[in-house]
Design a protein around this ligand. Structure first.
Ligand code: NDP
Ligand code: X2W
Length: 344
């Protein structure tokens, strides 16, 4: 059994880790931290977990966490900077769901996150945890930077086109919609029912902190600079990301984009390339570790439109983190991740 520690167990990604790990046959949660709820039983705070956990929140303690085989950080950015190094030094492994180790350049990170990078010495060994790109590195890693929710949906939609050199890398548009849980449990007034239901709005159009993360991943795939316009929107749903990616074919050559995507993801357990002409809905991935994609070429012109949906809390966070854990510990990649999406 893998002994698991979770830092930040009261947030949405923390409780989602607990929900998924409750059904994982090879992992057991030993330590779960919360400073505000220390002493409280996990199942008292989250009744969906009654009967699954006999565990209480504790204060974060590096020694107790390092005694686990792997520690998930489900915390705001900056927390893993201060604790991950100590856990690694004591022999633990770390999967960070926050943005702390996703961007390789510490100066760029500092610019977008508005504070100095707290652990630049760890960046060399941090592996970006997108299994569809970095599977072999993940298997050897001690420190995983789990990708953000928007970056997961956008990169999976775009990477096959850039790897094949078929589209113009200097003009990519990612128009994205997110459910409100993406803002976390401690979110501001804008996430209240009265503020966010029956309405939809764009935000951070001038620049969202996921922009440099997406750009980094797309530039690796393209092996060149990438020009990206990323516009996130808040939509009145609890879970889900819908990304619509617009790119332009470099020439009129007859290319079978459907086959390109099907081949690229043929062996991927958690990417579903849907039949040509499909329009995937966010509810088709609700609660599951899956990205469903469809590829369109309207009127057979040069414009390529790729639709990509994930559950922000699963393939966009906690499910993907467990997928990484499975790879790090030599387990079948889909262990504990075979749920079926909720309908309706
Ligand atoms: N929500 C989403 O869809 C996604 C979120 N993420 C990222 O995952 C991380 C967690 O997100 P989410 O679950 O939404 O966040 P929440 O705001 O819902 O929860 C944050 C958790 O971290 C704990 N925490 C806060 N500050 C500290 C600290 N200084 N030291 C230790 N623990 C702390 C909190 O508990 P307490 O204060 O009691 O200790 C709480 O349990 C964030 O970095 C987020 O950006 C990534 C992908 C998707
Ligand atoms: C709806 C909403 O507010 N979404 C969040 C998503 C950020 C997030 O989850 O951050 P990381 O993936 O970087 O950890 C936002 O736009 O800030």
């Amino acid at each position: 059994m893998i002994k698991v520690g979770i830092v930040g167990g009261t947030g949405y990604t923390g409780v989602e880790l607990l929900r998924l790990l409750a059904q994982h046959p090879e992992a057991n949660v030993d330590v779960i931290t919360s400073r505000s709820e220390a002493g409280q039983a996990v199942a008292d705070m989250y009744p969906n977990l009654r009967g699954h956990y006999d565990l209480r929140f504790t204060e974060p303690d590096a020694d107790r966490l390092a005694a686990c085989d792997v520690v998930f950080f489900a915390t705001p950015h900056g927390v893993a900077h201060s604790l991950a190094g100590e856990i690694l030094d004591k022999g633990g492994r770390v999967i960070d769901l926050s943005a702390d180790f996703r961007i390789r350049d510490p100066e760029l990170w500092a610019k977008w996150y508005g504070q100095p990078h707290g652990a630049p010495e760890l960046l060399k060994e941090a592996v970006y945890g997108l299994p569809e790109v970095n599977r072999e590195k993940i298997k050897q890693a001690r420190l995983i930077a789990a990708p953000g929710c928007y970056p997961t949906a956008v990169q999976l939609a775009t990477i096959p086109l850039l790897e094949a050199g078929l589209v113009s890398a200097d003009d990519i548009i990612a128009d994205c919609k997110s459910g409100v849980s993406g803002a976390g449990r401690g979110a501001s007034v804008g996430s209240l029912l009265c503020e966010s239901s029956e309405s939809m709005m764009a935000y951070a159009v001038a620049g969202h902190r996921h922009l440099p993360e997406i750009q980094q991943g797309l530039e690796e795939a393209a092996q060149s600079d990438v020009g990206l316009t990323f516009v996130p929107h808040l939509t009145p749903m609890i879970r889900g990301i819908h990304a619509t990616v617009y790119t332009q074919l470099l020439d009129d050559a007859e290319v079978d984009l459907q086959t390109l995507f099907e081949k690229r993801y043929a062996n991927e357990p958690f990417v579903d390339v849907m039949p040509a002409g499909s329009h995937p809905a966010t509810r088709s991935v609700k609660g599951v570790n899956m990205c469903r994609i469809s590829i369109h070429r309207p009127q057979n012109g040069k414009r390529v439109v790729v639709l990509s949906v994930i559950d922000n809390l699963v393939k966009g966070a906690s499910g993907q983190a467990i997928q990484n854990m499975n790879l790090m510990f030599g387990l079948p990649e889909a262990t504990g991740l075979n749920q079926v999406a909720l309908m309706p």
